[in-house]
Design a protein around this ligand. Structure first.
Ligand code: FNR
Length: 396
């Protein structure tokens, strides 16, 4: 029988030819409030749009007639070898859109040999994800008081997780107007409209929500100390967690003293902040505007990247926000990033297709990275990172 190395994707994924195609599939599959939470951005969407515009503004200067037949997308970072120079950014509440969502992403990351950051705003206890995939990274939002910070770090330290990511771009909760327009609130409030959304999305209702209820009970916020213990579906209102607003660099120094593992700071857009994070003991930085979900009008991370890389040449600088294509990953790498994280698309992929869905997305993005490395005339990720002449502005 003829054999083919290309496996056919599951039915739901036949029309997914690129990461962006997952969005339309997720929009159909998910109730409006759940999809609304995932796709949402802050206020006017200026920061969200800027993320994509920035990638379009850089153009490639490819080198031709280079033997690229032995090229590899393999990537070394923090002593680990990953299959490609991209990973899964932390996405909150994934167990609302995908049955046991964080475990789905962790399994896909483990099998694909890619870095994955588990969200602190998850509905699955961090211990379960650590047991499945000890190499995953855990992201925390800092609780409001020092005692709670200590408890959180202690809890993470008791697991097999070795890498802690602290997200610093959320001193107060973001404006929720766009998610509210889509009918989302945290927690979700029971209503006739919500029940209707569930009934008109039966695959999600049966396969995700009722399945979770039947096997594990009502999902609760599990790892975020500000919201811990709150059920995802409840008429009550979550305790406001704006008390985080007084956190400062000293808190990062305190964490550094307590946490023996690797410490990454996510959500930096300025060279001086990057230097400060490094001086407080950060082992790596993720340049990010949270996918345009926090400060509307925040600069696109790609534009901030070169200054941050120049300010911190001695630690890995990574990036996220708006990465959708292999060419985006390659542009970020050519501007000095060690790795590019992807948020929404893999969240949608998990919702639509579970582990095979995420793996399908990984396969598409890896193929784009590899193909475009060939077009650029580079054989390895390190070669790409060493050659800043491969990209320039303007790209159009
Ligand atoms: C996020 N993001 C995020 N970041 C974080 O540090 N902790 C979190 O809990 C979450 N939660 C979250 C939920 C959802 C639904 C989205 C879409 C995003 C931000 C995320 O890690 C990343 O910075 C952006 O998603 C990157 O932008 P793109 O790839 O979505 O454009």
């Amino acid at each position: 029988a003829p054999t083919s190395s290309v496996s056919r994707p599951p039915r739901a994924l036949r029309k997914v030819f690129a990461l962006d195609d997952f969005e339309a599939a997720a929009r159909r599959h998910l109730p409006r409030p759940v999809f609304g939470y995932m796709c949402s951005y802050a206020e006017t969407g200026a920061a969200f749009d800027a993320n994509r515009d920035a990638y379009a503004d850089y153009g490639f200067m490819p080198q031709v007639m280079v033997d690229v037949s032995k090229r590899s997308t393999q990537t070394e970072l923090f002593g680990e070898t990953y299959a490609a120079p991209f990973g899964f950014a932390p996405v909150g509440l994934t167990a609302l859109s995908t049955y046991r969502g964080d475990l789905v992403l962790a399994r896909a990351a483990l099998e694909s040999r890619l870095p994955m950051i588990m969200s602190g705003s998850s509905l699955i206890p961090l211990e379960e994800v650590a047991a499945l995939h000890p190499g995953a990274w855990f992201q925390a939002y800092l609780p409001g008081d020092r005692g709670a910070i200590e408890l959180l770090i202690d809890r993470v330290a008791r697991t097999a997780f070795k890498t802690l990511v602290i997200t610093v771009d959320t001193p107060v909760p973001p404006n929720s107007e766009n998610t509210a327009r889509m009918g989302f609130s945290a927690p979700l409030r029971p209503s006739i409209g919500l029940a209707w959304q569930g009934m008109t999305h039966p695959r999600w209702l049966l396969g995700t929500f009722l399945r979770t209820l039947a096997r594990h009970g009502m999902p609760h916020f599990e790892n975020n100390y500000a919201t811990r213990g709150a059920p995802i579906l409840s008429p009550s209102v979550l305790r406001d967690f704006s008390e985080r607003g007084h956190l400062a660099w000293d808190d990062l120094r305190t964490i550094r003293k307590q946490w023996r593992g690797r410490l990454i700071v996510k959500g930096i857009l300025r060279a001086d902040d990057a230097r400060m994070a490094r001086d407080c003991g950060a082992d790596g930085i993720i340049v990010s505007n949270h996918g345009g979900r926090q400060l509307d009008g925040a600069i696109a991370p790609l534009r901030a990247l070169p200054a941050v890389v120049a300010a911190c040449p001695d630690i890995p600088v990574m990036i996220d926000s708006g990465v959708r294509r292999g060419t985006d990953v390659l542009k970020a790498l050519a501007l000095g990033a060690k790795l590019a994280f992807v948020g929404r698309p893999f969240g949608y992929a998990a919702a639509v297709g579970g582990v095979p869905g995420v793996q399908h997305g990984v396969k598409l993005l890896t193929a784009e990275v590899s193909r475009n490395m060939a077009m650029l005339g580079v054989n390895s990720v390190t070669e790409l990172q060493a050659d800043r002449h491969l990209v320039r502005m303007p790209g159009r």
